[in-house]
Design a protein around this ligand. Structure first.
Ligand code: DHB
Length: 302
């Protein structure tokens, strides 16, 4: 049994895409059966359409990707009109990621999405490293993070998943603040801020100079953050950061993640999530474990 419960949602397995690595599912649907996933998670939606940052926006580094997309998206109304009908064709719950540059923008997004059929939960991105206003600023201070989550809480009954940034002194303090503010679950970690330099041209590689680092490079940092946070809050944690294989996913479940999100691996192979789901199923069978929930948080410390 791979079923997990998360913020009132029943997931047929604990594997979902990390926001932004899967668009709105359209491109992936031709390669993988979206009905096999635990949930569908959208790229961040903002009130108005955004074109994103100047190119180049993605660069490979030795152990991960550095990206600075700049929250490119069609905007709230076009998302509802043009993307939701496609997503609604599939069975897994649809988690819509939202991003704002003010507290009121987050609240307006949440209020409006609460009226849209098929939206199962909101993932509140208070951790994007690539935009000038809002973005990571909200997730960097416990009080500001709580203010955003509280404003969203007031206008919706949908489950709220707060997406946290690792670019802070103490991620546990932010996690506990958003839990008190009414978050139903947490996603962590978002990307770590980094930069790449073209020494021949003597220029930054990315158009935006800095970007978010993802992939295997950040996995140990992510595992440590999930482990610390899962022990410090009551709400469930979705673990992410460099999950490429089923054993990576297993490591996150062991340290206490209730579910996992796969990001960079989707850009390497669209099959990655399906292989991870199959790998978890095989692990349970080979070890005679009847329920994945028995794995969650079962790391032995002595
Ligand atoms: C972007 C947003 C993120 O939350 C992130 O981690 C990386 C990139 C973006 O759209 O630029």
């Amino acid at each position: 049994n791979l079923t997990v419960e998360l913020a009132g949602l029943k997931l047929q397995n604990p594997v979902m895409p990390a926001s932004g690595t899967f668009g709105f599912g359209e491109e992936y649907a031709s390669y993988v059966d979206l009905n096999a996933l635990g949930a569908l998670v959208t790229k961040s939606i903002t009130l108005e359409p955004r074109l994103g940052n100047p190119p180049p926006r993605i660069v490979e580094t030795p152990a991960g990707l550095l990206n600075s997309i700049g929250l490119q998206n069609p905007g709230l109304e076009a998302f509802i009109r043009e993307k939701m009908p496609f997503l609604r064709r599939f069975r897994p719950p649809i988690i819509v990621n939202i991003a704002g540059s003010t507290v009121d923008e987050y609240a307006e997004l949440a209020r409006r999405l609460g009226e849209v059929p098929g939206v199962a939960a909101l993932e509140v991105n208070i951790s994007c490293p690539n935009v000038k206003e809002g973005g990571m600023a909200f997730g960097s201070e416990p009080e500001q993070a709580a203010e955003v989550i509280q404003a969203v809480r007031r206008v919706t009954t949908l489950p709220i998943i707060a997406k946290l940034t690792p670019n802070v002194t103490d991620i546990v303090a932010v996690a506990q603040a958003v839990e008190r503010a009414g978050a139903d679950a947490l996603s962590l970690i978002n990307t770590l801020v980094g930069m790449a330099v073209d020494w021949e041209k003597r220029r930054p590689v990315l158009g935006n100079i800095v970007g978010g680092l993802s992939g295997p490079a950040i996995k140990p940092i992510a595992l440590y953050a999930v482990w610390r946070v899962a022990r410090s809050v009551k709400i469930p944690v979705i673990g992410m950061g460099g999950i490429m294989t089923a054993t990576d996913a297993l490591e996150f479940l062991l340290v206490g993640a209730r579910a996992v999100a796969v990001g960079t691996a989707n850009l390497v192979s669209p099959q990655a999530m399906l292989e991870i789901i199959e790998g978890l199923r095989e692990y349970l069978m080979q070890n005679n474990i009847d329920d994945i929930n028995k794995i969650i948080g079962s790391l032995e410390l002595t």
